[in-house]
Design a protein around this ligand. Structure first.
Ligand code: 3PG
Length: 202
């Protein structure tokens, strides 16, 4: 799947910080059952790679790795089964390595210069990060003027009350956020939140 395919698969990508030793396959099943098929597991916790391994086996789940900042993490994530890679920013060495790996890539951008460097590297799908702190919807609208064909997944400060406004932008294919799961949540609570998010339009 291309990054464009993945971004169009669901309007919201849960950004998951997975702590402890839970049944991560069950969490992935809950999201998929509620209609959120694209899941980003951040490499911010010791069990993240194992969670990617577990979740990747769940039918219908498209599991990627987030917070990837170097080639070592890229290799580990790909070995664990990640089908896409998300980074908070964009560097040339990592972008070239992800492209060589053949896995879909969603690097973070916040400025016109970032986008131009991405274009030079053959990339045209980006995470707009940190979305709210970088100027919010007004900033992304401005950036979309000169970069008409570029599409974004805003992340950082997206919540249930502003997600629909972001998704209404032509340049936005999906949004990402951590609000969908917190340690200790019941699967019923996750399912309800995920169903509400899946009903948002993109
Ligand atoms: C992150 O990388 O933590 C995300 O971009 C999510 O930010 P959020 O907690 O504001 O959703």
């Amino acid at each position: 799947m291309t990054m464009d395919d993945i971004m169009r698969a669901a309007p919201v990508i849960p950004v998951l910080v997975l702590e402890g030793d839970e049944d991560w396959a069950k969490l992935a099943e809950t999201f998929v059952g509620a209609g959120l098929t694209v899941l980003e597991v951040t490499l911010r916790t010791p069990g993240a790679l194992d969670a990617i391994r577990q979740m990747s086996k769940v039918p219908g789940a498209i599991v990627g790795a987030g917070t990837i900042v170097n080639e070592r993490q890229l290799g580990e994530a790909v070995d664990a089964g990640a089908r896409f890679i998300v980074s908070p920013g964009l560097t040339e060495p990592l972008a070239r390595a992800v492209t060589r790996s053949g896995v879909a890539y969603l690097p973070g951008v916040a400025t016109a210069g970032d986008i131009m460097r991405g274009l030079d590297l053959g990339l045209d799908r980006f995470k707009f990060f940190p979305a709210e702190a970088s100027g919010g919807i007004a900033a992304l609208r401005s950036l979309s003027g000169p970069f008409g064909g570029i599409r974004f997944c805003p992340t950082g400060g997206i919540r249930p009350d502003n997600a629909a406004d972001w998704l209404a932008l032509d340049s936005v294919l999906c949004v990402g956020g951590t609000w969908l799961y917190r340690r200790g949540d019941s699967m019923d609570a996750v399912a309800e939140r995920a169903r509400t998010a899946a009903a948002l339009r993109n």
